[in-house]
Design a protein around this ligand. Structure first.
Ligand code: KG4
Length: 357
């Protein structure tokens, strides 16, 4: 029996998962509410919360999987990219546990984990216990495929040639798509993280109401900082034109303000993301196209994938909600593949903060 225990602690979610013989048995996530009042993740608070959460989260993951810690074959952990303090908690815990159990450790790149979320096979018991997995279509892409990886910290187009062979062919040169959602939401006075709020309000708004600036960048790279500025300046000009100082005052004068701003912003972000993805798919002649990362929870982006799929004859892969935001299931899957390759990591490996794949 091969048992992989995984730990994910790259940002503000402490998560642990267990895969037994290739099947995901548990995926426990403790989210940190402490950041809400600050409008963004506070790194030091995140590290402290990870320290408090990690032991009960790992313990629960093992119990839900129905395996004793002595049965663990290897401990996989997210080595980066992410917040260094947060990563240090998971990395140190993984090393300590593996040393105590006398099993190898496996370092996992968080971004590769997001891509490999498409290969997670949850057990029937786990599906029955997890509402977001019920009725979800779980299918695996074949190689090569393109993956649009969009989260709070990354926006990339990844060419996936194999489990262990990925190349970033395009990425943001400034902000990530999730960052654009979150920062614009903050300007509108919406809670953190703003992405889900924008998604919700956009459903009642007019996506053509505010034409925001779109970048003109070569190749497959992205840029979202100009859009953010365009959003900010649109509001600033409206405040001035209406002789008011706050968004609430403006919303009282301009009907459907927040809804229309959200719908227009979301449509612009999706258009920017999909155009480059279409170009990459056409240039490379690839018809299998996947999406991953926290922003892939966005209902407009999911619909755009289905629409593009129909129009351009792509086979599209959209992960179940549970595997879109940060979770250890994807780290466990990546760790399982590495275990099969005997691709273990030295005990002196340290976490890394910056994007690499
Ligand atoms: O992958 P992820 O969980 O973690 C990090 O990048 O750390 O992604 C989080 C990002 C946030 O920016 C959040 O606002 C965004 O995913 N997000 C969404 C939605 N749900 C989460 N953005 C747009 N629409 C959503 N429904």
């Amino acid at each position: 029996m091969t048992v992989i225990l995984a730990i994910e602690s790259s940002c503000d979610d402490t998560s642990s998962a267990v895969i037994v013989d290739g099947i995901l048995r548990s995926n426990v996530i403790a989210s940190q509410k402490v950041h809400e009042e600050y409008g963004g993740v506070v790194p030091e608070l995140a590290s402290r919360a990870h320290q408090m959460n990690i032991l009960p989260v790992v313990d629960t993951a093992l119990k839900r999987a129905g395996v004793a810690k002595e049965a663990v074959s290897a401990v996989a952990f997210t080595r980066g990219p992410g917040l260094l303090g947060s990563l240090l908690v998971g990395t140190s815990f993984a090393k300590g546990l593996a040393l105590a159990l006398n099993v190898p450790i496996i370092d996992v790149n968080h971004l590769q984990g997001h891509v490999l979320a498409h290969f997670v096979e949850p057990s029937d018991e786990l599906i029955a216990q997890t509402p977001s997995l019920q009725g979800a279509v779980i299918k695996h892409p074949s190689f090569p495929f393109l993956c649009l990886l969009v989260s709070g910290g990354n926006s990339q187009i990844v060419l996936v040639r194999a489990y262990n062979n990925m190349e970033i062919i395009g990425q943001t040169i400034d902000d990530a798509a999730g960052e654009a959602f979150d920062k614009c939401a903050k300007v509108l006075g919406l809670p953190y993280p703003g992405g889900p709020w924008i998604d919700k309000l956009a459903k009642q708004g007019d996506a053509t109401k505010y034409p925001f600036a779109k970048p003109n960048i070569q190749g497959y790279d992205y840029s979202f900082s100009g859009l953010k500025t365009s959003f900010l300046y649109t509001l600033r000009d409206m405040l001035k034109a209406n002789g008011v100082e706050t968004i609430d005052e403006l919303a009282a004068k301009v009907p459907n303000l927040r809804e229309d701003m959200c719908a227009s912003l979301q449509a612009t972000i999706i258009d920017i993301l999909m155009r480059k993805l279409k170009k990459a798919a056409q240039d490379l002649g690839i018809k299998q196209v996947a999406v991953a990362g926290g922003v892939s929870a966005n209902s407009g982006l999911r619909q755009a994938f289905l629409d593009y799929g129909k129009r351009f004859h792509w086979e599209v892969f959209i992960p179940p909600f549970s595997f879109t935001t940060d979770n250890a299931a994807m780290v466990c899957q990546a760790g399982y593949f590495k275990y099969l390759d005997h691709d273990f990591c030295a005990i002196d490996k340290v976490p890394f903060a910056k994007t690499q794949i």
